[in-house]
Design a protein around this ligand. Structure first.
Ligand code: NAD
Length: 348
């Protein structure tokens, strides 16, 4: 209970504070920590309330709410996806999120999540690649060099052992930005002139483009045996990146099947096409990669549990480092029944 006369302040992570936290922990360490945190929650998948996210679609984008709870802590994220935003000088994806104490419903953290989404998406990609990519994978093709790209590359380096990244984007300025940003990170970075060229010698292929259509970033003939595909950009009804033939010859891994069947690459397939929920690989209930020639596909759309893990991690780190602000978000009068009196006293 909040002591009488004191405000029930809610810890708040602004964009500025999140950036300080990233520098305090170190970006690559944070990506590795997040991958471990998310994996630990995938290992206890059955303790979570799970529901496909609630999406509000328009002609130009989507706004989504992503809730979950483990019975002790509740979390949700607000996130949008507007591919046309980038050309207007705005982010394609922005987000914020909240954690609350299930025992009393009081919020315990409010946080920016535009940065945190990029971090958790990259950590999730790398966690999946660590299980599914062919043994000794060293090179990743990165198709789509926008806001998520550097995070994807660095998570794959720290968590999945990637040493080289081959870049392709229809906009050369995006590729040049990634080349500049990844200089000095220890990654061997090559700018390429086509998706085909980027995929030469790559054991992992990440697609992370933004286009509000059923695009065909990759066709089946571009893909050799044994590759691990990390498809990040197809995450909405009518917004996919891979040709259907690729899906038909891939072993497909998803986060939460009821959501991915609506939003992921597999929206192109029959509703009963076999897929494996990735948590089953983590717990040993299902097999991951079983042969070097197998094409594995992580059909990533982003699931609420990943945001929950990320929020809980930054809450802990913010508390340890005292890197947070306090927000007067919660009306909490000394006499809980006297909400009215609290308002009236405030005028005097
Ligand atoms: P962004 O707009 O910053 O970058 C997208 C890039 O893709 C741009 O540089 C654009 O030029 C490029 N591109 C578009 N069409 C292309 C094509 N045909 N070939 C090559 N490049 C192409 O977007 P972002 O924030 O980097 O997000 C990328 C995608 O990832 C979006 O679709 C977003 O919705 C999705 N996303 C998914 C998750 C998830 O959990 N799965 C999380 C965050 C973002």
């Amino acid at each position: 209970m909040t002591p009488p006369g004191q405000l029930a302040l809610v810890p708040f992570l602004s964009v500025e504070t999140m950036m300080r936290l990233v520098h305090h922990i170190g970006l690559e360490a944070m990506l590795s920590d997040l991958a471990a945190e998310i994996e630990a929650d995938f290992a206890r998948w059955e303790s979570f309330d799970k529901v496909a996210r609630v999406a509000s679609h328009s002609d130009v984008g989507v706004i989504e709410l992503m809730p979950t709870s483990d019975g002790e802590t509740y979390g949700f994220k607000y996130v949008n996806g507007h591919p046309k935003n980038m050309k207007e000088g705005r982010q394609t994806v922005t987000a914020f999120g909240l954690l609350a104490d299930v025992s009393n419903g009081y919020p315990v953290l409010l946080s920016e999540m535009t940065l945190l989404t990029a971090l958790r998406t990259a950590a999730t990609s790398a966690m999946a690649a660590r299980w599914l990519a062919p043994l000794g994978a060293r090179t990743m093709a990165m198709i789509g060099n926008g806001a998520q790209a550097e995070f994807q590359a660095l998570a794959m380096k720290g968590v999945a052992g990637i040493g080289a990244v081959r870049l392709w984007d229809i906009d050369r300025a995006a590729t040049d930005k990634v080349v500049r940003n990844l200089a000095g990170t220890g990654l061997d970075v090559t700018a390429c002139d086509s998706a085909e060229e980027a995929m030469l010698g790559a054991q992992i292929v990440t697609t992370c483009t933004a286009d509000k259509q059923n695009a065909t970033i990759l066709t089946d003939n571009m893909l050799g045996a044994g590759v691990h595909l990390n498809a990040v950009g197809g995450d909405c009804p009518g917004k996919t990146e891979l040709h259907r033939d690729i899906l038909n010859r891939s072993s497909i891994f998803v986060e939460y099947a009821p959501q991915t069947r609506v939003e992921g690459e597999i929206q192109q397939l029959d509703p009963d096409h076999p897929v494996t929920e990735f948590w089953q690989v983590v717990t040993g209930a299902a097999e991951g990669r079983i042969s070097p020639d197998q094409v594995t596909l992580f059909d990533s759309v982003g699931f609420a549990v990943e945001d929950f893990s990320a929020l809980r991690y930054v809450r802990r780190k913010a508390q340890e480092s005292a890197l947070y602000e306090s927000l007067d978000l919660l009306a909490d009068p000394d006499d809980p029944r006297d909400l009215y009196g609290m308002v009236m006293r405030s005028t005097t």
